[in-house]
Design a protein around this ligand. Structure first.
Ligand code: IPE
Ligand code: IPE
Ligand code: MG
Length: 231
């Protein structure tokens, strides 16, 4: 086995990509890929808990995803609603803390209400923190942080000020960011927090992602030599 330099990461960010291609490979509608993708979310949360990871940020819907056809957006929103209902029943049992990062604009009122209730009800849970990046864009998040600082009347800002005014100021930066489906880009995900993240790109399509794939990504991360500018 390769030499390991790092402990298991505390915080992993995941860009869950490839649902559409997974469906296309099976001549199924894209919605079928999204439904399988939702199952992979559950599997991954359970695997992360087992591995002792503390925070998982999962990119579920980007601010750019509104440019998809309305039927696909409906499918995604209905799946999201179903997922929120499932968490409503199971999050306490699993001690999960659910957080949501993103803009509220354009989201359905009933979904916003379910999101708020779930975040409030799980706020005291001590297990894995699952941060759903929903209607999320990293540039919007940075602008949001700066606007909060401006509202406090500041004249100049430091990097630390920005970190402390992001959507989840208490979360450490992700040590590892995983993207499935072979694409190698951030697509407006955690731009600020990823300054020193390690990246792991895999051709596996999101609906096929599982515990073994997560373990592979973490094992790979553990062999990376992180230098942070030093030698
Ligand atoms: C990821 O899968 C899910 C979302 C972006 C919501 P895609 O729907 O982007 O799947 P591909 O990239 O078309 O295969
Ligand atoms: C990124 O995937 C967004 C999510 C996974 C939610 P996309 O499929 O939207 O990204 P691009 O458009 O290929 O960059
Ligand atoms: Mg995609």
């Amino acid at each position: 086995m390769a030499e390991t330099f790092n402990p298991t990461p505390q915080h992993i960010g995941i860009i869950m990509d490839g649902n559409g291609r997974w469906a296309a490979q099976r001549a199924l509608p894209r919605s079928a890929g999204h439904r399988e993708g939702a199952k992979a979310v559950q599997r991954t949360i359970e695997a992360a808990e087992k591995m002792g990871i503390k925070y998982l940020t999962m990119y579920a819907f980007s601010t750019e995803n509104w440019s998809r056809p309305p039927e696909e957006i409906d499918t995604l929103m209905n799946l999201l609603e179903k997922t929120l209902d499932e968490y409503q029943k199971s999050a306490h049992k699993k001690d999960l803390r659910i957080l949501i990062s993103g803009e509220r604009e354009h989201l359905r009122a009933d979904i916003l209400a379910k999101m708020d209730a779930l975040v409030a009800e799980t706020a005291q849970n001590k297990g894995l923190s699952v941060n759903l990046a929903l209607n999320y864009g990293a540039r919007q998040e940075i602008a949001h942080a700066v606007n909060r600082l401006l509202a406090q009347g500041v004249k100049t800002v430091t990097p630390q000020d920005i970190s402390l005014n992001l959507y989840q100021p208490e979360m450490p930066d992700p040590e590892l960011i995983i993207r499935t489906s072979g694409e190698e880009r951030l697509s407006n995900f955690l731009l600020w927090q990823a300054a020193y993240s390690e990246f792991y790109f895999t051709p596996v399509l999101w609906p096929d992602f599982n515990e073994e794939e997560l373990q592979k990504a973490v094992e790979n991360y553990r062999t990376r030599k992180r230098r942070f500018g030093a030698i």
